[in-house]
Design a protein around this ligand. Structure first.
Ligand SMILES: Nc1ncnc2c1ncn2[C@@H]1O[C@H](COP(=O)(O)OP(=O)(O)OP(=O)(O)O)[C@@H](O)[C@H]1O
Ligand SMILES: [Mg+2]
Length: 140
């Protein structure tokens, strides 16, 4: 499925629509370079899951936990360069939980992603504020 957004707000709305399809236990693997709206998408996702707090990039913490109707675990794998790094984020423990995992910079942990992961590749569109979301493994 291919979805084009034309603003950060539209990307958040897409995240919210996707949240309405989730029941817990899903892994959403986000791919795409800096500034593509991965965090914006996650903000909408969080809102849709009933998360109350702020959503920011977990660049230093590597993972942020958000309580919602379904717990949301938000990873940023930008700095993850080895299996040891990945273990230390608690990724494998979170995989066993019934929460939703959303993973920025999935490029860096490709080999550790479950086969069932929903893959979301974000790329720039023709216009400055345009983003193209290619979503595999989930229907809207
Ligand atoms: N269609 C769009 N969707 C999302 N963000 C957009 C869009 N158009 C413009 N933007 C802008 O692009 C930026 C996206 O920032 P965001 O932090 O969500 O990116 P990111 O992919 O998480 O980057 P990083 O890899 O650094 O974490 C914001 O400044 C936002 O305003
Ligand atoms: Mg981000």
């Amino acid at each position: 499925m291919r979805i084009v957004t034309n603003s950060s707000a539209e990307t958040e709305a897409l995240g919210e629509r996707i949240a309405s399809r989730l029941t817990g236990g899903e892994v959403l693997a986000l791919f795409g370079p800096m500034g593509m709206g991965k965090t914006a998408f996650t903000r909408g996702l969080a809102h849709g899951l009933g998360v109350k707090g702020e959503v920011s990039s977990p660049t230093f913490a590597l993972v942020h936990e958000h309580a919602g109707k379904i717990p949301l675990y938000h990873f940023d794998m930008y700095r993850v360069a080895s299996w040891d790094d990945l273990y230390s984020t608690g990724f494998f423990d979170y995989l066993e939980s019934n929460g939703v995992l959303v993973i920025e910079w999935s490029e860096n942990i490709e080999g550790a992603l479950p086969e069932t992961a929903v893959r979301i590749v974000v790329s720039p569109g023709e216009m400055e504020d345009q983003r193209i979301f290619e979503i595999e493994g989930l229907e809207l």
